[in-house]
Design a protein around this ligand. Structure first.
Ligand code: GUN
Length: 283
């Protein structure tokens, strides 16, 4: 039987509609318009596209967006000074430093000067600590989006085996923690994992975030599993491809996300949601 396709685009659209109401209320009741500042350093084409999409999404729902574009030659000191200025700006509720930074810049000290109250990207150690100890805090947007997509299927998470392939700070680790907090039994696979197919085949929920086109084939999936594909690689054909070989996986999985139109729109929707929340709590 063919898997049901999880329509991330439609789910994200619904979330954005809900946010419009919250933003209107916030403006009427507190006189606050949530504002997101995005810092982009250098000319990476993929990052430029992501930032443009974020800017457009903010404008569409009524979030004020400020994009600060800095040249590749920006020094660590200059970048830190800019982020500190945004940290103290009372009109800015959320700050996102687009990653990756150019090679000569160290992201860690930069992420630490984003106050955790404005860390809508969920990358500050305070928010990572909240997630790892099951407390409320801002959660990395892709991980939060993955959880919403799984929840949209109506399939249970508690007590199920979840396998996350990839252990990045941006996606793999926060996704595994979020699933653990929802009482799944979680295994994290990575580049040193032995016999990965024997592990992925046990997954009721399989999340793949490695950035390798077609990495997960149908024979690595448990029949009926929920499969969430976080990967986006631009193929030789110029199109975006996921980590999951969709053709073989769709015949085995119960639910599956497409690429594009699965996780991508949800990441942006969660960034907007976190920004609205920052405006509501700290605005
Ligand atoms: N680059 C790719 N995805 C992301 C993200 O979610 N946050 C940041 N800061 N950079 C990214």
């Amino acid at each position: 039987m063919a898997a049901e396709i999880i329509d991330g685009k439609a789910i994200a659209r619904e979330i954005r509609e809900g946010l419009k109401d919250r933003i209107r209320l916030l403006r009427e009741q507190k006189g606050v318009t949530p504002c997101l500042a995005v810092v982009l350093v250098g000319d990476d084409p993929a990052s430029k596209t992501y930032v443009r999409n974020k800017e457009r999404a903010c404008n569409e729902v009524g979030i004020c967006s400020r994009v600060l574009r800095l040249p590749d030659s920006t020094s660590q000191h200059e970048l830190m000074r800019l982020v500190k200025r945004l940290a103290y700006d009372p009109d800015v509720h959320g700050i996102l430093v687009q990653l990756p930074l150019p090679a000569h810049l160290d992201k860690d000290p930069v992420l630490m000067v984003v106050p955790w109250q404005k860390d809508v990207d969920g990358l500050h150690v305070h928010n990572v600590g909240c997630l790892s100890t099951g407390r409320n805090g801002f959660v990395a947007c892709t991980a939060k989006g993955v959880l919403r997509l799984i929840e949209s299927t109506g399939r249970p998470i508690e007590g199920r085996r979840a396998v996350v392939v990839g252990r990045s700070n941006l996606v793999g680790k926060p996704t595994s923690l979020l699933l653990l907090n929802h009482n799944a039994t979680v295994t994290v696979c990575h580049s040193k994992t032995a016999d990965m197919p024997s592990i992925t085949r046990q997954a009721d929920i399989l999340v793949c975030a490695v950035g390798k086109q077609g990495f997960i084939r149908g024979d690595m999936i448990k029949p009926g599993a929920v499969v969430i594909d976080v990967g986006t690689t631009r193929g030789a054909d110029g199109k975006l491809h996921g980590d999951v070989d969709f053709a073989s996986a769709a015949g085995v999985a119960g639910h599956i996300t497409p690429v594009p139109g699965g996780v991508g729109p949800m990441t942006i929707a969660m960034l907007l949601e976190n920004t609205v929340e920052a405006g509501e709590i700290y605005g």
